[in-house]
Design a protein around this ligand. Sequence first.
Ligand SMILES: O=P(O)(O)OC[C@H]1O[C@H](OP(=O)(O)OP(=O)(O)O)[C@H](O)[C@@H]1O
Ligand SMILES: O=c1cc[nH]c(=O)[nH]1
Ligand SMILES: [Mg+2]
Length: 218
Amino acid sequence: MKTYYLDQKPSLINKYLLEMRDVNIQNDRLRFRENIVRTGELVAYEISKVLKYKEIETQTPLGIALCRKPADTIVLSTILRAGLPFHQGFLNMFDDAENAFVSAYREYDDDSHTDFHVYTEYIASPCLDDKVLIIADPMLATGKSMEVGYRALLKKGTPKEVHIASVIASTEAIEYLDQCMPDNVTLWVASVDQKLNEHSYIVPGLGDAGDLAFGEKL
Ligand SMILES: O=P(O)(O)OC[C@H]1O[C@H](OP(=O)(O)OP(=O)(O)O)[C@H](O)[C@@H]1O
Ligand SMILES: O=c1cc[nH]c(=O)[nH]1
Ligand SMILES: [Mg+2]
């Protein structure tokens, strides 16, 4: 699985990551969501550089200009709920894309909140046959939500190319996805952290992305 690490080069992604991680800044929910949106926009721009384009002659007021646009239909998909602002960032850039939504949630096996299974309940997706599928989820901790979401989406068709995008991924999640995803999948991560804690949260990470964006859930 080809993987791009986007914080390795200087860009504003680094500043947005700092603000999302900082315990004194991240509790401003409006800023937290906006930083995820903005990171989504920048990751989408990076992905846009590897897509195929077709040439189109377009009429300007003064003549014909040869322009280009993405050749394939793009489907933006996300995993509810933390994925919503990240998805919005992608949609700001790929404004005429089709869209898909999958829910995934952890169900812990006991009160210690260590072992869990990931279930998916809801899916709304267009046909994915021969399209470019981008799956955006800000956090890849164990990688299981992404795997479950990806498998649920594949019931809606066979994309020609798949891009997985995340804000923070653990090394474990990258290794996990590397062994369970096929060759036509490319991973784009803003940043990588080495550790997971006993609850499978990324350390240092940023905490719970869904709660920071939308508030705590029961
Ligand atoms: O790689 P994993 O170990 O599967 O963990 C990552 C998942 O955790 C977060 O969602 P969460 O389960 O917190 O749900 P939420 O979006 O409703 O907060 C995140 O958005 C991923 O979907
Ligand atoms: O670190 C993590 C792991 C799962 N979900 C999150 O929001 N953060
Ligand atoms: Mg959460």
